[in-house]
Design a protein around this ligand. Structure first.
Ligand code: NAD
Length: 297
């Protein structure tokens, strides 16, 4: 089995790497934060102290990092993957970053003969733990087929959507849909609550109809239980919407709904909620209406 290097053992990377170990892949791991590295070592992975060392010791390198600058640093920076890369190295970035950044990193690594896919995911921490993520892949088709078995360990739906960068374009589309969906269901539940209807009854009544959605099923119960631990942090969703807005500006696509929800999220950041789950978007609407969405008992 190919040795896999895994860089970035945060909320998502930790369970994803654990699933690769469980599937029998030899793993070499690195994170700026040493605690999850030690934890992965206890589960059977080999520790590395830089991205360069990970690349030197692996045939396939995966990164799961916050944003474009982090991926640029890990891939092309000092002691980065590029310094340990040799021809034939496969690099899969599974972080959600700007599509243009993915293309730039791919070009930088191609100079060393390394091939790259961008493969961001959806499904959150529960999907990462269960190995049921939706993975959207951009890059060469043959390369995609080569690494499909690795991706299938982490994801249930693994789709190639186009060339390098297309994975992240698809992820931006995904993040717009999720943000607007959560904003809509939040506004609706606040209205229902202030009108005196139990939000749980509203949820049960509408979830089977056209308003039903994976977003509603995932977020409404957490909102009603007042559980806002991440999950997917507001801070990261702001990052994704910023990448969407920048991409829209670059290619000439106004994104009015995205900019609106972006401002709601900025207000949450100011209120100190940016490390909370994006379900906490409901708090923006709750503050406007001076009410909380809670079960009646
Ligand atoms: P996180 O902040 O929990 O984890 C990121 C990890 O990367 C941290 O452990 C950090 O120490 C490490 N790191 C950062 N820069 C590094 C570097 N240069 N070298 C080595 N390690 C470095 O973030 P997360 O929630 O796991 O998200 C990771 C990516 O996945 C993000 O792009 C996010 O948008 C995306 N994503 C997250 C979720 C979710 O629900 N959390 C869902 C889908 C996609």
């Amino acid at each position: 089995m190919q040795t896999i290097g895994f860089i970035g053992l945060g909320i998502m990377g930790k369970p994803m790497s654990k699933n690769l170990i469980k599937a029998g892949y030899p793993l070499v791991v690195h994170d700026k934060n040493r605690e999850p590295v030690r934890e992965a070592a206890a589960a059977g992975a080999q520790e590395a102290s830089s991205s360069r060392e990970v690349a030197e010791k692996s045939q396939v390198v995966i990164t799961m990092l916050p944003n474009s600058p982090d991926v640029r640093e890990a891939a092309l920076g000092k002691d980065g993957i590029v310094e340990g890369a040799r021809p034939g190295l496969i690099y899969i970035d599974m972080s959600s970053i700007a599509p243009q950044a993915a293309q730039e990193v791919a070009s930088g690594l191609a100079e060393k003969g390394a091939r790259m896919l961008d493969a961001p995911v959806s499904g959150g921490e529960p999907g990462a733990v269960a190995g049921t993520l939706a993975i959207m892949v951009g890059g060469d088709e043959k390369l995609f087929e080569e690494v499909r078995p690795i991706l299938q360990v982490m994801g249930k739906s693994v789709e190639r959507v186009g060339d390098i960068g297309a994975g992240n374009t698809t992820k931006l589309a995904n993040q717009i849909m999720v943000a607007v969906n959560i904003a809509g269901l939040s506004e609706a539940l606040v209205l229902g609550s202030k009108a005196g209807v139990d939000p749980e009854r509203i949820f049960e009544a509408v979830r089977g109809g056209l308003a039903g959605s994976n977003c509603l099923n995932a977020k409404a119960p957490l909102i009603m239980e007042r559980k806002f631990d991440p999950g997917f942090r507001i801070r990261l969703h702001i990052k994704d919407l910023a990448n969407a807005l920048e991409t829209g500006r670059n290619i000439g696509v106004p994104l009015p709904l995205t900019s609106l929800v972006m401002e709601f999220m900025q207000a949450l950041r100011v209120a100190g909620d940016e490390e909370k789950d994006h379900g906490a978007l409901v708090r923006f609407f709750e503050r406007l209406a001076a009410i909380e969405v809670k079960k009646s008992n």
